[in-house]
Every structure is written in C-alpha cells, then in structure tokens.
Design a protein around this ligand. Structure first.
Ligand code: DX5
Ligand code: ZN
Length: 227
C-alpha cells in the first residue's frame, strides 16, 4: 500500500491534491497520510481536526491520520469520530495507549501506534496486540524531505516476524524519507504500507510517482503476493 503524505502537498488546494493521487482502484493512493503536528510534541505546526473534517468530505480515499501531538489520549478520538480510517498516536506521547486503542476502535477507526527512530519496539509488544497498525518512523518526526534512516529496518524486520508468526496482527507502516531509492529496502524488510511525501508531491506527476513506487515494491518483494 502507498500512502502519499499531504504534508508535501499545497495546503491551499488539498482537495485537488488528494484527487491528483487518488487514481483508479489498484493503481492510486491506498490511503492519504495526514500529518497533524502541534508545535509541542514536534517543533512544527500543521493542521488539525477542522481541516481533516473538510478533507473527509472532499475525498473518498481513506485518511491515515498521524498525530504528532501531546495528549493524544484527549485529542485522537475526535479524528476517529470524524471518520478517519486509521488514527495513529505516538507511544512516546500516549498515557494509556491500550485504553486509547480501544476508544479509537469503538469509534469505528483502526488504531495505529507510532514509534520514533530512537524508540525500541520490544517494550511495546504487549501494547501492540491492541493495535491495527504500527508506524515505524524512519526520520525524526516533524518535517518532510529528510533522509531515510536505514537502521530502523531492524524494527521493521522484528515486527514482520511477529506478524508472520502470529504473535501480532497489524500492518507495518513506514514513514520518512521513502522514495525510489529507499523503498525497495523497506519492502524487503517487510513493510506493508509506505508513506511518501516529498517523493510524491515533489514529483512533476504525483499520480505517476505513486505508481512508480508501487512498481518498485512489487519488484522488490514479489513473494509477499503483490506481483
Ligand atoms: C514527518 C511526517 C512524514 C512526512 C514524510 O514527520 O510524519 O509523514 O510527511 O515526508 P517525506 O516522505 O518527504 O520524508
Ligand atoms: Zn507522518
């Protein structure tokens, strides 16, 4: 799955920018990745629930909301209630991530848990049993256009093993620095869903960039059943 990050889109034209990557079923964006930043958990400030509510009316592509905010225990539920498909919170910010996942699911969303590059996976494995997606950050959260950190792929491989052996049931998602040069390594490590911001919206033809990234994944990991 490919999830273009709208952080690199033109914020004045979000509906059009969503349409540009929507494509046809099977060749367009699977999810639209929406980066919510509060200038506290991360140094940057982006958009919040009112913009997500408007975007939900403007696109049929499922929204993947990545909340880089403090106090997600209080704020994340609003995104689920609004109709976001997947709502991801940071384990470094959540007070009670197990209760939060239950609340998100009860509101009809998938629950996602994200870990920063320096956050280990092992202490959170029990928590992850309550989640539908694991978002492995491959840059320090806060800004698009940063360089991919290949060392996080060890966590992807470990999560992949846990899923393939039935110890976890979730999608493994990666976010940060994913482009034509880095996506194959991530695919080989076992990623299910690839977030790409600048590699999609920085391209002359964002729709074509999505298709090119998916082709790279299929070539890199045909045994995963995508070819
Ligand atoms: C960074 C965000 C990412 C960002 C990725 O904190 O979480 O989703 O948009 O951008 P690229 O793909 O340019 O690294
Ligand atoms: Zn993100």
């Amino acid at each position: 799955m490919i999830a273009p990050s709208m952080l690199s889109a033109d914020f004045a034209r979000l509906a059009d920018e969503a349409a540009v990557v929507a494509g046809e079923p099977g060749n367009g964006a699977d999810w639209l990745h929406i980066d919510v930043m509060d200038a506290h958990f991360v140094p940057n400030l982006t958009l919040g629930l009112p913009v997500v509510e408007s975007l939900l009316k403007a696109t049929s592509v499922p929204l993947d909301c990545h909340l880089m905010i403090e106090d997600p225990d209080r704020w994340a539920i609003g995104y689920a209630e609004a109709g976001a498909y997947n709502v991801t919170v940071h384990v470094e910010a959540a007070r009670d991530p197990v209760a939060l996942a239950a609340d998100l699911r009860a509101a009809g969303a998938k629950a996602g848990l994200s870990i920063k590059p320096g956050t280990p996976l092992e202490p959170h494995l029990d928590t992850l049993r309550h989640y539908d997606t694991l978002l492995v950050m491959s840059v320090e959260p806060g800004f698009g256009g940063q360089q991919f950190m290949p060392e996080v792929l060890d966590k992807v491989r470990a999560a992949r093993r846990m899923v393939d052996t039935g110890h976890l049931t979730l999608l493994v998602e990666i976010d940060g620095g994913i482009n034509a040069d880095t996506i194959e390594a991530a695919a080989e490590a076992g990623v299910d869903c690839f977030v790409a911001g600048s590699a999609v919206y920085g391209a002359d033809d964002p729709g074509k960039a999505v298709r090119a990234l998916r082709d790279k994944v299929r070539a890199a990991a045909p045994h995963r059943g995508w070819a």
